[in-house]
Design a protein around this ligand. Structure first.
Ligand SMILES: [Zn+2]
Ligand SMILES: [Zn+2]
Length: 450
């Protein structure tokens, strides 16, 4: 239950708190706003519980958890903002949330702005590297003890305004009632916002995107939460699209332009538009997916293309896959041993069929991705058997794939990161719990783990 301040006679009106009027700063974060109310009104923990609505402090540090229905509490004041989402959600600052590598930090900002009591969720993502006004690199460490402010370091009971080691984050910083460079920061963030909107205008993702993290990743990501792309994907993608002749808004000096570990290729994308596929057909393909501990079923969206590839692959490499085409009741499927592919790969394939706005395009993209994925699985299988030798197929790496539509046409954008050769040892006995059926799947060498 979200309590309503005005119904509680003992609670002073929120509007009377010093600094409440700064809620109207359009691009500042909720974190900065709530932190200001606490400092400017010298609220202790008891006061906070008594004077602020129950969820306000929680939102300050866990904006991802905010539901749209929660927005009822700040009521009219927040509805007056041009876009309340920018104040409440870091994700509202991403041109393409699926491509963003939301950093592991729970708080990131410019040291000088934070010192002055100012923070914006624009600085929270991976697009901005330096403060547009102070030209300082953004930081995500406790100013008192240098502990990184990471999500994974936080314990459930920890207050939003404490670092994981316990230091009060609001101590020794200004309340932010007056921010010396507020006008410049707001103007710079407006410009950044216009840049984001121009990107959304110029690029439409029409199939995908999918991101595959090549395992082992269980140690770093909780079950059912595949890791997000590593940093640099969006700059790499934008630079690659610019090379196609597409006019894109230019990067500002404060933007992150490093490609990280990404290499992105762009190819003109064409597909057979005469091949009819409708929503019902897509649904049949989606249902045909089955993942068990021993056998995995993947639908065949274009039988002719698949048969052609399979014949060529078998004549070159023999029956390496130990699989077979089956005529199912919904559609034809390829049935293969589960150890050949990972859950993350399967989920990515499935996503292509689940999301396409154009069923024909989605099926064509899926069919290409399926064949490439099986090719990768084949080479990986060989590399696993010769694990001592370096191979990019058995390192911890990432892949990215999408079809985008721009003013210059349709493009297939494919990206890869290359893992360190040493990371291949992590594949010796790679296990992952299956998501589509119970069981543990081992992707391993022919003779099992040593
Ligand atoms: Zn700054
Ligand atoms: Zn600390």
């Amino acid at each position: 239950m979200v309590s309503n301040a005005t119904n509680d006679p003992d609670r002073p009106l929120l509007e009377r708190l010093i600094g409440f009027d700064t809620l109207s700063r359009p691009l500042e974060s909720w974190y900065a706003f709530v932190g200001r109310l606490i400092r400017a009104n010298l609220l202790n923990d008891v006061d906070i519980r008594h004077q602020l609505p129950a969820d306000w402090v929680r939102w300050a540090f866990a904006p991802h958890a905010v539901q749209t229905s929660d927005l009822a509490a700040p009521g009219a004041d927040i509805k007056g903002l041009p876009d309340p989402q920018l104040k409440l959600r870091p994700v509202a600052w991403h041109p393409f949330p699926d491509l963003s590598s939301t950093p592991p930090e729970c708080l990131r900002g410019c040291p000088q702005c934070l010192q002055a009591g100012y923070h914006s969720y624009a600085l929270q993502g991976d697009l901005i590297a330096r403060c547009p006004v102070h030209d300082e690199a953004l930081v995500y460490r406790c100013p008192h003890c240098d502990t990184p402010l990471l999500w994974q370091a936080r314990s459930p009971g920890l207050s939003a305004f404490h670092c994981p080691a316990g230091c009060p984050l609001l101590e020794g910083v200004h309340s932010g009632l007056h921010v010396p460079h507020e006008a410049q920061i707001t103007a710079a963030l407006q410009e950044h916002l216009a840049w984001i909107q121009a990107l959304r205008q110029a690029i439409a993702v029409v199939s995908g995107p999918v991101h595959i993290a090549y395992p082992p990743y269980l140690a770093v990501a909780p079950l059912r939460t595949p890791p997000l792309p590593s940093k640099g994907l969006l700059p790499a993608l934008l630079h690659a699209l610019q090379a196609t002749g597409l006019a894109l808004p230019t990067f500002a000096p404060y933007h992150e332009q490093s490609h990280g570990r990404w290499t992105v290729a762009v190819q003109a994308w064409t597909w057979n538009q005469a091949e009819i596929a409708d929503e019902d057909q897509l649904e049949r393909y989606r249902r045909a997916f089955r993942r068990g501990a021993y056998r995995t079923y993947v639908p065949l969206a274009s039988r002719a293309a698949f048969d052609h590839w399979l014949v060529a692959s078998e004549s070159a490499h023999g029956r390496w896959h130990d699989g077979a085409v089956e005529e199912g009741s919904l559609c034809a499927t390829f049935v293969l041993p589960s150890y050949l592919v990972t859950n993350n790969e399967l989920t990515a394939l499935r996503r292509l069929l689940a999301r396409g706005s154009d069923p024909g395009l989605a099926c064509a993209h899926y069919q290409h991705a399926l064949i490439e994925l099986l090719e990768h699985a084949r080479v990986r299988r060989i590399a696993l058997d010769a694990l001592e030798k370096p191979s990019p197929h058995v390192t911890v790496a990432e892949a990215f794939d999408a079809i985008v539509r721009t003013a210059t046409g349709y493009w297939r954008v494919s990206g890869r990161t290359k893992g360190d050769d040493e990371s291949r040892s992590a594949w010796r006995d790679f296990r992952e719990p299956a998501e589509m059926a119970s069981g543990i799947i081992h992707v391993m060498r022919r003779h099992g783990p040593r």
